[in-house]
Design a protein around this ligand. Structure first.
Ligand code: AMP
Ligand code: ZN
Length: 505
């Protein structure tokens, strides 16, 4: 809903829900045109799952849309490469923390690329340990942190009365000094939390100004975000599970030290469900990106599905949904191909230029409305339907193509699914599965798509022209041979009113 006060303004600003205020607010950065934002990245103890990537894609869309809106964006994401689970697993496997995490950091970069997620600036926790120790030393000096007999440090939440302001929890009456030393804990637990954990036998630790040990998870994000973006910055993002305790604790640590507001805007993506249930390994509904590609699903379908539902709404991941996502992407790709590959009569049809301009305006207003991705997708599909009808009726002219492609490219700048690089990405997953000895998980569907010869768009266009030339000179043997070759490479050839068209399967 757009209210009339906003409509009367000469421009519209992005309106985003801010967890801190509990309201939708106009988003304006502190420093003119420059946005500084931070997202909590992966904890690299395993492959990322589709829930993680729902959140990362939601932030990716925000990042892309801010830039499309003309902002210069500094976007930092951390990699949590030390936490309770990592320490435990690396000790179990008898390897160093770095050795243990290297594989999953690499996998995270690959999965992000598979899903066409644009790269933020990455920072790693293990590269900032000294800065964390210094931060804790300063907190101790100011009376916000204390050391326990074993050499651990805790944050004294009784000293920070605003504790609970993000998660809207009332912690009045909490027991001063009650402590919790695990990184993740009960939602109603008002306890002094660990900033620094003393070394345990057999576990990794670092020698620092506050003694040996390792950082707690929450301090990592406070230190890295402030180091990269300053004590006060525009936006902090993550999945909704991070609101408490992680983000509440980040606020407490950072604001106690700086005396300034930490992040001004808090952006949280809602948790994803799978077939209506919470995703969990024990329910057998736990999927990594690679699991889905191994079953033969295209990266573009996965990305589409994960963007389909606005970030604050419940996204229910289903295999039916994945199939229909594939068909939506294919419709859009065909639509663009139809526009770029057909011949149109000279001239223009003003209705088409108007439609393109309206679509661009609708894309912008949908995304400005708390990133309403569903509405933006509806806008592009409305245009597709209307233009396809006009195309069938022969009402599209040469000059109409450019504004139409412009609307599509505005859409693509945000959604990133039209460029067809699925096959090479799937081939990468296929090779990974073979190298990891996971052949048994490779589906015939994946083999069919990834295993067919790889032809570039130019090569295909060239072959289609050759095929047409052969057919016109009645050399059917040759034209049939080219057609079979293209089919084997996963290319579908269609004869349409506007001529021969091709697309990838
Ligand atoms: P982690 O690797 O567990 O630190 O999580 C990385 C990001 O994924 C965090 O922002 C989490 O909030 C987010 N996340 C984890 N599970 C889900 C889920 N099921 N749906 C959406 N986001 C999630
Ligand atoms: Zn974090």
């Amino acid at each position: 809903m757009i209210d009339s006060a906003l409509l009367s303004k000469p421009y519209m600003a992005l309106r985003l829900y801010n967890t801190l205020s509990g309201k939708i607010e106009e988003f304006h950065p502190l420093d003119g045109n420059r946005v500084r934002m931070y997202a909590c990245g992966p904890t690299v103890y395993d492959y990322g799952h589709i829930g993680n990537f729902r959140t990362f894609i939601a932030v990716d869309l925000l990042y892309r849309f801010l830039r499309q809106s003309g902002y210069e964006v500094r976007y930092v994401m951390n990699i949590t490469d030390v936490d309770d689970k990592i320490i435990r697993n690396s000790a179990r496997d008898g390897v160093s923390v770095q050795q243990y995490t290297a594989k999953y950091i690499q996998a995270f970069f690959e999965d992000s690329a598979i899903l066409s997620i644009e790269k933020p600036k990455f920072v790693r926790a293990t590269e900032h340990i000294n800065a964390m120790a210094e931060f804790i030393a300063k907190l101790e000096k100011k009376g916000y942190a204390y050391r326990t007999d074993d050499g651990s440090y805790y944050f004294r939440i009784a000293k920070f009365p605003a504790y609970g302001k993000l998660s809207k929890k009332d912690f009045a009456g909490m027991t001063d000094g009650a402590r919790v030393d695990v990184d993740e804990y009960e939602k109603d637990s008002a306890r002094d939390f660990a900033l620094w954990k003393a070394p345990k036998p057999g576990e990794a630790s670092w020698d620092t100004v506050i003694g040996p040990g390792r950082p707690g998870w929450h301090i990592e994000c406070s230190v890295m975000s402030m180091e990269e973006l300053g004590p006060s910055f525009d936006l902090h993002a993550g999945g909704e599970d991070l609101i408490f305790p992680h983000h509440e604790n980040e606020i407490a640590q950072s604001e106690s030290l700086s005396g300034q507001q930490f992040a001004r805007h808090w952006f949280h993506a809602r948790f994803l469900l799978v077939e209506g249930q919470k995703m969990s390994k024990s329910l057998g509904n736990f999927f990594t990106i690679r699991d889905l590609v191994l079953r033969g699903h295209k990266p573009s379908s996965i990305r589409w599905l994960l963007t389909q539902v606005p970030y604050r709404n419940q996204l229910n991941f289903t295999f039916d949904g994945l199939k229909s996502a594939a068909s939506s992407v294919e419709k859009l790709r065909n639509f663009r191909f139809r526009l770029t590959s057909s011949q149109f009569p000279a001239g223009e049809n003003p209705a088409m230029a108007q439609l393109a301009a309206d679509t661009i305006a609708r894309l912008k207003s949908s995304l400005e409305d708390d990133l309403n991705t569903a509405e933006a997708q509806a806008a592009i599909f409305d245009m597709l339907r209307k233009v396809n009808t006009a195309l069938d009726a022969g009402e599209v002219r040469q000059a109409d193509v450019k504004p139409m492609l412009e609307a599509i490219s505005k859409f693509e700048e945000i959604f990133g699914v039209l460029n067809d690089d699925d096959q090479s990405k799937m081939r990468g997953v296929l090779e990974w599965a073979r190298a990891e000895g996971r052949e048994s998980e490779i589906s015939p569907e994946l083999l069919e798509i990834a295993g067919s010869p790889q032809l570039t768009d130019e090569k295909i266009t060239e072959k289609v022209s050759e095929m047409e030339a052969a057919r016109k000179s009645r050399n059917f043997k040759s034209s049939d041979a080219i057609r079979s070759e293209l089919t084997a490479a996963g290319i579908i050839i269609e004869n349409t009113k506007e001529g021969v068209r091709w697309r990838r399967r």
